[in-house]
Ligand binder design. Structure first.
Ligand code: ADP
Length: 266
């Protein structure tokens, strides 16, 4: 994009003369013809500006079409290759951990095929964390309580429901950063990199273990969801969750990482 420096003050007639000379040059360069001869210089300038606008628009359309063509429809995944979704939750974004997390994925050699920041809404949260998840979440919490020798005086369903509400408030409280990932056994690999749901239990070296110490009980005391920095799809949800977060156009699997040059393209 050329930068044009305008004179602070100048001889207007001189500027007008220069403008006409420029217009003449452009008219000849692009072979611009008027449907009828312009009556005066102003009409001629107007005509040239319009023609230039059309030329630029057409060039832009061409470029845009070409770049769309480049984005072919995704090929079927090779055997042993999976796609998954990881997103940095609001606590991770607010704590400035996005770069750190992306870097871990890159370091492991996994291929990032989509990336974006989104502020999720209530509808998304209800769809992603539906009431049907309540028993599963409740059961997991119960197991953790009992393992610590603590009482669990709720039903799994009611505990799960309360957690889900807190969880929806949490994921919609600030933007998230979504990352689409592709690679050999990517779903279980990323889940392993993420670690246990409760950061207090997550192994050092995992994302949750390294960047949080939150715990079920401590979160409960404050009636909030566990802040565990990231979400990662499991094998049941990966395909659907990825589709809900990224459109086909937003995924770029058709490039080759340098690591793929060693391992074979995935
Ligand atoms: P994960 O994210 O490890 O797959 P779940 O799918 O079971 O775990 O739960 C979804 C999210 O709900 C968790 O990541 C966590 O933020 C929150 N959560 C789950 N169980 C509890 C709980 N007992 N107390 C507070 N928050 C919870």
């Amino acid at each position: 994009m050329p930068v044009v420096y305008l004179p602070k003050e100048g001889d207007r007639r001189e500027m007008y003369r220069e403008l006409l000379a420029l217009a003449k040059e452009l008219r000849e360069k692009y072979d611009i013809r008027f449907s009828r001869d312009a009556k005066d210089e102003l009409e001629a300038l107007y005509g040239i500006m319009k023609a230039l606008y059309e030329i630029t628009r057409m060039e832009w359309d061409e470029e845009h079409k070409a770049s769309k063509k480049k984005r072919r429809k995704s090929k079927p995944l090779k055997k042993g290759i999976e796609r998954t979704l990881l997103f940095v939750k609001p606590d991770g974004v607010r704590r400035g951990l996005v770069g750190e997390i992306i870097s871990r994925i890159e370091r492991a050699g996994l291929k990032i095929i989509g990336l974006k920041m989104v502020w999720l809404g209530e509808d998304w949260a209800k769809k992603h964390y539906p009431d049907e998840m309540a028993p599963k979440i409740g059961a997991k919490a119960k197991k953790a309580f009992l393992a610590q020798g603590k009482e669990f005086p709720w039903t799994e369903e009611e505990y799960g429901k309360a957690i889900l509400e807190a969880l929806r408030r949490y994921v919609t409280s600030a933007p998230i950063v979504a990352i689409a990932i592709q690679g050999p056994r990517a779903i279980s690999k990323v889940r392993a990199m993420v670690g246990d749901t409760a950061p207090s239990k997550a192994a050092p070296g995992t994302i949750r273990g390294d960047f949080s110490c939150d715990d079920y009980e401590w979160a409960d005391v404050q009636t909030r969801s566990i802040y565990n920095v990231v979400h990662a799809s499991d094998s049941e949800g990966a395909e659907r969750e990825l589709k809900e977060m990224f459109s086909e156009d937003e995924l770029y699997p058709d490039y080759t990482t340098l690591y793929e040059e060693l391992l074979g393209e995935f």
